[in-house]
Design a binder for this molecule. Structure first.
Ligand code: ADA
Length: 569
């Protein structure tokens, strides 16, 4: 499923997860305009599971290319349906009953088509291409594995002439709820219906709405919750909004909370917040990107046992179920689009900067209602110093991305993650300054500055904003030990991380940190020479979630900090 609960309970639906036919197509071209749909009578047909990644099939561990998926299914209803794909890595083209429905680009955001189901048997065919070019999002070679496949659920649901596309809910700390319902009229005639909204059994609002043919209309409802119970890590209170447009019902959970800055402080519901975070990739040796719910739940439980209060979804929109679990468990979330280490040219030119904007729009639209999400991040470690190509106009692109983000959501903090420290030219645009530093791992210092000096120099540069250390850490090979705490040993990793957290706590401008990283992950084989086991081993747990020494030392230090910050010391 795409979440912990059914958001559209009134709709007849088919969850098309399970066995699909699979056919690799190694001779296909990257940008084939009119690919031939295979007959699926060819030899080489496999049965694979969806959601899944083809790299878990024998012989496809490193397959970069095109593959075809086919699902024939019986349906009890015919007529108009919404066919939703939770995510497909990376390019998808979709056919239903030989009719081409369209395409999507992006590993981590959902997409849907309005289509017609036949009575009885129907057939879906999907062409999937997991190759990335350097203009894509992410680019060709990044420090995680470029899996391929239909990686999140596929759902077909029946809709009528009019239906609710999505809700967007802002829950304020005074109990006011600003709800926007996006309503679609797929028919060729004007429709007038009652729009009704309620939260719990007390607050409701309704009015008649008129929907023009073929259009999507945004209608706002305002409700008031009395007395308001706020969402926070300590008390993650969730409300349920129920909206009805005629027969169509849409449900979304949300929370009442406010995130803002006051000088160098982060304030959650008016209270100072210090982030005890960890960076988490969606990765596992047995499932790739397509983690089952049970592993997502286990990751949440382990991260909570680390005494974390936040997760950075490094570096892309995470699965809706994981975000629902963060909402339920009070884990704050740092959401990011996968603009990973772009050059100044890529960051300031089409198509890359357009793809960044488009994926930002998709992520915000899909994930807006999760109270856990408090940051939207535009990219990670791009050349925002612009030292190699000083005449490139990165500023205009950066201002455009920030303008877009603020137009999509004025209720969250907007930022990007930099590793250019005092050479970065755009930190003024960000609500919080997010810095990745690997002092003590990749480098001994930054232009002579050790971590305390680095932090102070950044604090002096941006005295009126909170600083978050969004990445820091060290490789630690599970089972490798060293009396002298040599690099790559668990001892070194443990000491390195805890001593850096202690340094961060000494600087009042630092509002928290995200350890890099939660678990060991597969990386792109092209980076293997710099990655023992062809993996990024900076996890606090290994790829099977077995804890290293650093897990225990970080858990006890974060517990101390939590006690301090929550007044138990
Ligand atoms: C960068 C990058 C991470 C990871 C990390 C590392 O900060 O943002 O994705 O590659 O370095 O482990 O080197």
């Amino acid at each position: 499923m795409l979440g912990l609960y059914d958001r559209t309970p009134s709709r007849a639906k088919l969850v098309l997860d399970g066995w699909w036919q699979f056919l690799a197509d190694p001779d296909a071209e990257v940008e084939e305009k009119n690919p031939r749909v295979p007959s699926f009578a060819d030899e080489g047909i496999l049965e694979v599971t969806v959601p899944g990644v083809w790299e878990t099939e024998l012989g496809f561990e490193d397959y970069q290319g095109v593959a075809w998926y086919r699902k024939a299914f019986q349906t009890p209803f015919a007529g108009p349906c919404l066919l939703t794909f939770g995510a497909v890595a990376y390019r998808a083209r979709v056919w239903l009953n030989d009719a081409y429905l369209g395409e999507h680009e992006g590993d981590f955001t959902s997409f849907r088509f309005l289509a017609e189901l036949l009575q009885g048997e129907n057939e879906i065919v999907v062409r999937v291409d997991n190759r990335h070019t350097d203009e894509d999002l992410p680019k060709a070679i990044v420090d995680w594995y470029p899996y391929g496949g239909i990686t999140r659920s596929v759902i077909c649901e029946r809709v009528g002439d009019t239906y609710i596309e999505r809700l967007q809910i802002v829950g304020h700390v005074d109990g006011r709820v600003d709800l926007t319902a996006y309503l679609h009229n797929r028919s060729d005639s004007v429709k007038t219906l009652m729009l009704y909204g309620e939260v719990g059994d007390a607050m409701s609002a309704q009015r008649s709405v008129t929907l023009l043919p073929g259009a999507t209309t945004a209608e706002s409802l305002t409700l008031q919750i009395e007395p308001p119970q706020l969402w926070s890590p300590q008390d993650p209170v969730l409300y349920e909004a129920i909206v009805a447009l005629g027969e169509d019902v849409y449900i979304e959970r949300f929370g009442l909370r406010e995130i803002r800055t006051d000088g160098q402080q982060l304030l959650l519901n008016g209270e100072p917040l210090w982030i005890r975070g960890v960076n988490r990739h969606e990765d596992h040796p047995d499932w790739g990107f397509a983690l089952p719910d049970k592993i997502m739940q286990k990751d949440i439980d382990i991260i909570l046992s680390l005494n974390c209060n936040a997760v950075r979804g490094s570096h892309y929109p995470n699965h809706p179920t994981f975000l629902d679990l963060c909402d339920e468990n009070g884990l704050l979330f740092f959401a990011e689009v996968p603009g990973w280490q772009y050059s100044a040219y890529q960051l300031s030119h089409s198509p890359t900067v357009d793809k960044l904007g488009r994926m930002l729009e998709e992520m915000v639209a899909e994930q807006f209602n999760h109270p856990a999400i408090i940051f939207w991040s535009l990219h990670n470690e791009c050349d925002t110093e612009v030292y190699r190509e000083p005449d490139l106009d990165v500023r205009t692109a950066m201002e455009g991305l920030f303008r877009l983000a603020r137009s999509l959501d004025s209720s969250r903090l907007i930022t990007y993650v930099s590793h250019r420290y005092w050479h970065d030219k755009h930190l003024d645009l960000a609500d919080v300054v997010c810095l990745n530093e690997y002092i003590g791992w990749y480098v001994d210092d930054i232009e002579g500055a050790d971590l305390p000096a680095y932090l102070q120099r950044m604090a002096d540069l941006v005295p009126d904003k909170p600083i978050l250390i969004t990445e820091f850490g060290a490789e630690g090979l599970d089972g490798v030990h060293s009396l002298s705490r040599r690099k790559w040993s668990e001892e070194h990793q443990s000491t390195h991380i805890t001593s850096q957290i202690e340094d961060m706590r000494e600087n009042p401008h630092v509002a928290g940190c995200f350890v890099w990283q939660y678990c060991d992950i597969n990386v792109n084989p092209a980076r293997a020479i710099r990655r023992a086991r062809s993996m990024n081993n900076k996890g606090l747990v290994d790829e099977y979630r077995h804890p290293k020494m650093a897990f225990h030392s970080v858990a006890s230090l974060f517990e101390e900090l939590a006690d301090e910050d929550e007044g138990r010391l």
